[in-house]
Design a protein around this ligand. Structure first.
Ligand code: KG4
Ligand code: ZN
Length: 339
């Protein structure tokens, strides 16, 4: 049995979890800074780092005390190494390194995006080959997983990430940060009446593009305002969301068929989207689809602990300490003649 203490601090959540064998979450503490950043309309990196410093020790203590454990019960320390806000990452890396060093434990750096994918493995059995649709505030990726920790990139966004587009559209409509959950909620009350583009939906590529869609919403809103017309916010949210979901679901379906995968994993903050959860099962009925529950979709340390276990099985844990973070860790491109 492998008991991992995991730390996540790449953006605005300070989180520590203890996870056994990649699945069994023994304790999980997430302290969100959303209330602090919402008044600024987005995450302010310097404020995020400072708050991680203020709260990290308490979050560590709480994760250990909730599990009724001390350092001697831990086998390995894992921490998000990137991508993310560098100041925020460094707080988690320093805390994890110190804890590991003082208690003579090995430490491992984990890619945040791989963490998001492995969130799906906490409550579900992962089956390979799998296709992962990873959608968050900073990323939009279609990934092919031949096996555990064997990940290749099929497609990515050429400009804005989906979550980023949600946040910017929400801002244009005068809605609170983070925009995703608000737009999702209002979309349910509205109708898809505004005509918006479906970028790259029918193009021969697994890449995405969301900045044109975001601009289309902004232009429509400004034009209506100049004419003195009211914007039907619920309808605009419904129109934007149906455009996003049309693109995400159709590309996922095409990729899943092309690769003939056994399972589709949907993960990342935008996987919390209720509209997506309703539509994707209905529209891709012939594939098994797994989505983490809400608490494991947005940033959290349990997913880092889960990913760390499979990383450990693959390459062991030899490091005594980590220095610095990595803000961009890219996946290798999928070669279209392999399978
Ligand atoms: O994974 P995450 O917590 O942080 C990153 O790694 O980026 O994702 C945050 C993003 C934000 O852009 C937020 O607006 C979006 O996920 N999000 C949603 C929903 N809940 C969170 N987007 C659409 N619908 C939601 N229900
Ligand atoms: Zn994330």
């Amino acid at each position: 049995m492998m008991r991992i203490l995991a730390v996540e601090s790449s953006c605005d959540e300070t989180s520590v979890a203890i996870v056994e064998d990649g699945k069994n979450v023994i304790s999980h503490v997430v302290l969100s800074q959303i209330d602090i950043h919402t008044v600024f309309g987005g995450v302010v990196p310097e404020i995020a780092s400072r708050n991680h410093i203020v709260h990290m020790t308490r979050v560590f203590d709480k994760a250990l005390s909730e599990a009724n454990m001390s350092a001697k019960d831990i086998d390995l320390v894992a921490v998000t190494r990137g991508p993310g806000l560098i100041g925020s990452l460094l707080v988690g890396i320093n805390a994890a390194t110190t804890f590991a060093f003082v208690n003579d434990l090995p430490i491992m750096g984990v890619n945040h995006l791989i963490g998001h994918i492995y969130a799906a493995g906490i409550e579900h059995e992962m089956k390979f080959p799998a296709l992962a649709l990873l959608i968050s505030g900073g990323h939009t990726e279609l990934l092919y997983m031949k096996d555990h920790m064997d990940i290749k990139m099929l497609g990515t966004t050429l400009d804005d990430a989906v979550g980023e587009a949600y946040d910017k559209v929400a801002r244009t409509l005068g809605l609170a940060y983070p925009g995703g959950p608000v737009v999702d909620k209002l979309a349910k009350k509205g109708t898809d009446t505004y005509h918006l583009p479906r970028p790259l939906m029918d193009a021969e590529t697994f890449n995405f593009s969301f900045s044109g869609l975001k601009s289309a919403v902004i232009n429509l809103v400004h034009n209506e305002q100049q004419r003195g017309h009211d914007i039907h916010i619920n309808d605009m949210c419904a129109s934007f969301q149906s455009s996003v979901l049309d693109v995400l679901i159709s590309k996922t379906k095409k990729a899943a068929d092309f690769l003939d995968v056994k399972q589709i994993i949907v993960a990342g903050g935008v996987a919390a989207n209720k509209g997506l959860r309703e539509r994707i099962f209905a529209e891709i009925p012939d594939k098994e689809i797994i989505i983490p529950s809400m608490e494991y979709c947005t940033d959290n340390a349990a997913m880092i602990g889960a990913a760390a276990y499979y990383q450990y099985l693959k390459e062991g844990a030899k490091k005594k300490y980590l220095i610095g973070g990595e803000s961009t860790i890219a996946f290798d491109q999928y070669e279209f003649n392999e399978k």
